[in-house]
Design a protein. Structure first.
Lengths: 306, 337
């Protein structure tokens, strides 16, 4: 694997935030957050993409000026003409690296350097090797990958010129669909949605009939209610060979969260202390880490060594 | 091509057991799809699927009757377990299956490089739903046929047909999954078993039914209540994507993703055939022999009737649909989305 320095990265904003708030969020990230790399781009719904277009240049410039690497992520579910056009546009950019989230982007990016996003199904070394032969350099693994497979994958691809990235904080993407569940909840369809998702900057919570919060609807995407938190597992992931640690943005203090994760990565504070600090900035929903342990994804498992 | 402009489509039918396999062939299947008894296929349920010896016999039975055998190796091997999928591909080639249905890029790469003459179909699990996405797999692995996800209208399928170099297989009857296939970890989130890696969706061992004094039935997957039925209400097989939930936008419990309903495109068969669909797929490897016999026979008659410009006359399939309710899903109109 590449002998690159380990770094904290910030995944794309998944929600339909107010465009000015979205811009200001990234300005603050540029100015204050200790992340090395920021993924931009609409990965959930092609209808939302034009809302943010007026601000991309300013945001990308500010992030770049602050020394952060900007990568553009492509749409995850690509079927219709507007989806395809968006992927074509993003892949045509020559200034920035592009992260592919579906196979139509792979077609467009082959032969030039690019990255592979978490919506691509990269579960094994053979898939990594194949995609690397087409120009892929960094691979962000699917949310549900257990530690045993991450370890094995990192070991198997150590001689390839690639880096491995894992999401360590934030709600986890669990499913994609062609249907917009936000629109459905409001008696509308995807075509007639009138951007109802903008009312839920943290997504729309679904509870079970006995009142237990369960899932989160974000347009065509279904996310976990719980927030993934792999702070305890950071040293282990690093030892496996993972070199990029992705935070998924939410309406919480992402600058503080990035600082905490970086402090653990740099071994400046112990994971126990970091966990305590995370509890202070944490959102209302509980943390989870089940997928890592090969257990139900919603569950919280006491890490080894406690 | 015959006079009425239709290409004769292949009727692709499910088999979960050797007996079900013979039933499908006898009922008129042009091709039967099945899987091995392990995580290499997306219907890895207890009591289903084939040993190598059973598959060998099934292939003999089908080939003697001019039917084809398609083997689904359509899940995603996690690092460290690739050998199981590799062995499945090796075995398919040795036993002489007519095509392997693949989903994983690594598995497709292995099959294409090791067995250049092995025909590959792209599983719906690969999530290729655009012309460019399909072209990628065709170009890299010589894919001969794509199984399209159930999210496109007939008009959109016709458009895709013009832009890809391979055949199109489309689902026409059976369970309608709401999430993009191959991109759903909901089962794993609730149970710790993965649809992509273990081949299970809503595993029976994690489904718990509880009957109340009033006769109502509560259903949980793992610790999560995913539905509740009044006494006598028709309950389909419980999955997260067909459960009822609460949210702030709705006054009452509602089907947040989809209702328990089955896909039935019998009325659209001529349209699909005109759109360039050359293989019609019936879902249901987990279904009974009686079900397979009834559905396959009905579609056999319908396709044969369409080919000679007669009324397909498919009217009695409703009784076989989930919850006795049917839909044309995305195929008819964009408002489904």
């Amino acid at each position: 694997m590449n002998e690159r320095v380990s770094s904290i990265t910030l995944g794309p904003v998944l929600f339909n935030w107010d465009p000015e708030k979205w811009r200001d969020f990234y300005f603050r990230i540029a100015d204050e957050a200790p992340v090395a790399m920021v993924y931009l781009g609409e990965t959930v719904c092609s209808k939302r993409a034009p809302l943010f277009e007026p601000h991309y240049q300013a945001v990308a410039d500010r992030l770049s000026a602050a020394g952060k690497t900007v990568v553009f992520s492509t749409l995850a579910e690509v079927a219709l003409k507007p989806d395809r056009k968006l992927v074509e546009q993003i892949c045509a950019t020559e200034v920035f690296h592009v992260e592919a989230n579906d196979s139509s982007a792979l077609l467009r990016l082959q032969g030039r350097a690019h990255d592979i996003g978490p919506f691509m199904n990269v579960y094994n070394e053979r898939t990594v090797a194949f995609l690397a032969s087409k120009g892929a350099q960094n691979f962000c693994l699917p949310a549900e990958m257990p530690a045993a497979a991450i370890r094995e994958l990192c070991h198997s691809v150590r001689d390839l010129n690639v880096t491995i990235e894992v999401q360590v904080f934030g709600r986890q993407s669990l499913a994609l669909s062609a249907r917009c569940y936000h629109a459905r909840a409001h008696g509308r369809t995807k075509d007639s949605c009138r951007f109802i998702c903008e009312n839920d900057p943290d997504g729309l919570e679904l509870s079970t009939l006995d009142g237990r919060p369960f899932l989160l609807v974000n347009g065509i995407q279904t996310l976990s209610y719980e927030y993934l938190n792999l702070i305890h597992e950071m040293p282990e992931l690093r030892a496996m060979g993972v070199s990029r640690f992705r935070l998924s943005p939410h309406n919480v203090d992402m600058v503080e969260i990035a600082s905490i994760f970086l402090a653990v990565l740099d071994e400046r504070i112990a994971t126990q202390e970091a966990a305590a600090r995370l509890n202070c900035v944490k959102p209302a929903a509980p943390f989870s880490n089940g997928f890592y342990y090969g257990r139900p994804g919603y569950s919280w498992n006491i890490p080894t060594g406690y | 091509m015959v006079d009425n402009g239709y290409l004769r489509p292949e009727l692709v039918c499910p088999a979960g057991t050797p007996a079900g396999f013979r039933t499908a062939v006898d009922a008129g299947a042009d091709a039967v799809y099945c899987g091995f008894q392990n995580a290499t296929n997306a219907r890895n349920f207890p009591g289903l699927n084939f040993t190598a010896a059973e598959l060998e016999q099934a292939i003999g039975y089908a080939h003697a009757r001019q039917a084809k055998v398609l083997l689904a190796i359509n899940t995603f091997p996690p690092a460290g377990k690739f050998d199981l999928w590799r062995d499945a591909v090796d075995l398919s080639s040795q036993l002489g299956v007519d095509a392997v249905i693949v989903g994983d890029i690594g598995v497709a790469d292995y099959a294409a490089r090791t067995y250049p003459n092995l025909r590959l179909h792209l599983s719906v699990q690969a999530g290729a739903s655009s012309p460019e996405g399909i072209q990628f797999y065709c170009q890299e692995f010589g894919i001969k046929r794509v199984v399209l996800p159930r999210i496109l209208t007939v008009a959109e399928i016709a458009e895709i047909h013009q832009q890809i170099p391979c055949e199109i297989e489309a689902f026409v009857f059976g369970n309608i999954g709401m999430m993009a296939e191959g991109r759903c970890s909901l089962t794993n989130y609730a149970t710790g078993l993965s649809t992509n890696m273990d081949g299970v969706c809503s595993p029976a061992a994690d489904v718990h039914y509880k009957e109340s004094a009033d006769g109502s039935l509560t259903i949980k997957l793992g610790p999560f209540m995913i539905d509740q039925f009044a006494c006598g209400e028709n309950a389909g097989y419980p999955t997260i994507c067909k459960g009822r939930y609460l949210c702030s936008a709705k006054p009452d419990a509602y089907y947040a993703f989809e209702e328990p309903i089955s896909l039935n495109l019998s009325a659209l068969l001529p349209d699909l055939m005109r759109a360039g669909v050359t293989a019609l797929k019936i879902e249901g490897r987990q279904r009974s022999r009686a079900y397979v016999k009834a559905v396959v026979s009905a579609f056999r008659k319908a396709v044969d009737a369409i080919m000679v410009n007669r009324d397909p006359g498919l009217t009695n399939l409703l009784a076989l649909t989930e919850g006795h309710r049917e839909t044309q899903g995305a195929y008819r109109s964009k408002t489904w989305r």
